[in-house]
Design a protein around this ligand. Structure first.
Ligand code: 5AD
Ligand code: SF4
Length: 337
């Protein structure tokens, strides 16, 4: 088991397959994109699978593929298939912007994908174009539907709420998700944007999100999700507009208050970047170079030792709000969600 000095057990690994993305969400990336990693810097599929096997042997039980946009990785179904054949088989999920799911969802399910999170920040085509700088809302919505049709239940939908943009749309997003049977998750914006434009004052807090939603819906808090380390605080939706059109299942609404109600004490996550750097926290200031170990002919045991040492050094929490907080150099899109 991978235990840190605060007694937390790392059991969830997020693997970023690429730092590239087909969208340019204003809260994430500049319009011109970022200096992308070069191909030689990226882990190969063989390297990804070898590292994943070491993590699984160390007690990792869930693996999530992230990006940038993971579906841009040319062989993502093959990677899923190879991860699904690890023993013991990890649970496999993927966080995507939805573009590409229409073509890939059935193949991903056949390869062994268990679940998917799709980012949908707005249902308004013009606002989507402004927010993501691409006119791709129809592809995204078709992607969400394709995921559900392929059996990737429960489909979770993520939205980062921004004031003066999509905050007012939160009730409509929840209504849409309830009718379709998706689980809606509203996320606080974190200081991980490439532009370093985040400010505490501009950020929409979970409290504010719940105020906006409560004007329309009757919500009952049910605590954290599936397990204690799940970041979403979940709510039952008891009543609201169009309630004859939906049955609110448990966990229909989740709020991820990473900034104002941090869940660092329960954190069970590790992150592997597309260039093979292990990060024990989104906000870590240091990384462990697993790619150098791989390419330097390290044995699995030597790699396991590097991973154990990194976990032992995992920081207590993100420290946003502390006087000495410094945003990490890598933006969200190069770490993985
Ligand atoms: N803060 C919070 N969430 C973010 N995402 C991207 N950037 C940020 C940020 N700075 C979200 C995406 C996606 C998931 C991977 O993380 O919208 O839903
Ligand atoms: Fe791409 Fe996700 Fe960043 Fe949007 S938030 S630009 S979808 S990586």
């Amino acid at each position: 088991m991978l235990v840190d000095t605060f007694g937390r057990v790392a059991s969830d690994l997020r693997i970023s397959l690429t730092d590239k993305c087909s969208l340019r969400c204003t809260y994430c990336m500049p319009a011109e994109g970022l200096p992308w990693l070069r191909k030689a810097e990226l882990l190969t599929d063989d390297e990804i699978v070898r590292l994943a096997a070491v993590f699984v042997a160390l007690g990792v039980t869930t693996i999530r593929l992230t990006g940038g946009e993971p579906l841009l990785h040319p062989t993502v179904p093959l990677v899923v298939g190879r991860l699904a054949s690890l023993v013991p088989r990890p649970e496999l999920s993927l966080t995507t912007n939805g573009i590409g799911l229409v073509g890939l969802a059935p193949e991903l399910v056949a390869a062994g994908l268990d679940r998917v999170n799709v980012s949908v920040d707005t249902l308004d085509r013009e606002r989507f174009r402004e927010l993501t700088r691409r006119d791709r809302l129809p592809d995204v919505l078709a992607g969400v539907a394709a995921a559900a049709a392929a059996g990737l239940h429960p489909v979770k939908v993520n939205a980062v709420l921004m004031r003066g943009s999509n905050l007012s749309e939160a009730p409509a997003l929840l209504g849409w998700a309830l009718r379709a049977g998706y689980r809606m998750r509203f996320i606080e914006h974190m200081p991980l944007d490439a532009q370093h434009a985040w400010t505490r004052d501009a950020m929409v807090t979970a409290e504010e999100m719940l105020d906006v939603l409560s004007e329309h819906y009757t919500l009952r808090p049910v605590g954290r999700g599936a397990h204690e380390s799940a970041p979403a605080e979940e709510f039952d939706v008891l009543d609201g507009p169009g309630s004859d059109e939906w049955t609110a299942r448990p966990g229909s609404l989740g709020v991820i208050a990473s900034v104002t109600r941090p869940f660092c004490r329960e954190c069970d996550r590790l992150r592997l970047t597309a260039d093979g750097q292990l990060r024990t926290c989104l906000f870590a200031r240091t990384e462990t170079d697993l790619r150098a170990a791989l390419r330097g002919d390290a044995t699995d045991e030597q790699i396991a030792e590097l991973i154990r040492a990194a976990v032992a050094g995992k920081q207590a929490g993100h420290g946003i709000g502390a006087a000495d907080f410094v945003q990490p150099a890598r933006p969200m899109s190069a770490i993985g969600g």
